[in-house]
Design a protein around this ligand. Sequence first.
Ligand SMILES: [Zn+2]
Length: 338
Amino acid sequence: MRDRDASWGHALWERLLWGGVLLLLVAPTGCDHAIDGVAPSATDSPVEVDGLFRGLGRPLRVVCTTAQVADIVKNVGGGDVEVDTLMGDGVDPHLFTATAGDVHRLRAADLIFYNGLHLEGRLADTLHDLGATKPSIAVTTGLVDQEPERLRRPAEFEGMYDPHVWLDVALWHRCADYVAAELCRLDPERAEGYRQRAAAYGSELNALDEECRRQIAEIPVRQRVMVTAHDAFGYFGRAYDVEVRGLQGISTADEADLVTLGALIDLLVERGVKAVFVESSVSEKYVQALVEGCAARGHDVRIGGELYSDAMGPDGTPEGTYVGMVRHNVDTIAHALK
Ligand SMILES: [Zn+2]
């Protein structure tokens, strides 16, 4: 195994070297350009060549940032990948910073998949820099390039896209298809397996999407108001017809303010909403303030349960899978608001 790895490593190095030579050959000639020392950007780096992993002879070592991304790669990759997930249950990706150990894991990977759209805000530079030495791929790239109209662009997020696309199952299906296409492109010898597993995973996601629609439709429209700790559920609300409001903004790096808190208390009291929700990866403190604020106005609102927004449940539990996490959320929401 080790020898094969070494020879593959050598082959990769040769490929990189040739990529570099080719870049030099096609680059404009002249000393000025060479003195600039302009390095190729991540996107036109020779590491992104099709068929990069041809002849690897062992599973691909993939590091994923979030568990939702890892769920796609595990399902599509099957036995052809070994997946290492950086962020465990309860970890907030907006605030996640990489330790030296995490950077080591990222460096040791053959390739990296991450969410993108600034979800991993404090890891963005590291992920971009690693793109110069290996494929470092945002699973949302296909949406940005081909279907940007399906992405939310909330005014308060300063012109950026809302990164929480996994909370609309149909959009996450598109991301899974993108991962499959990238694996097929980089590792074409094993493409048939990637395609078959992606189709099976896709069928599971289609059934899940239907299930979400059916369950939410049972909540009377007037009661379909969902207040959560931060603004993660915008895509969910749009996909399944629920009015969603968050105490903190799109990123948990934004603090909740008293104006937002007051407005949400008004909404809950006026609409007679029965429940609000906490999230596994976000502090409960603002949601508690909401419950107390409603109580002071004589309206009894309770915490309807814990939702998995940006992190999934612990490994080995149903909520530790993407399908289980979404199912838990929809069950909890339907039960609390009906
Ligand atoms: Zn979030």
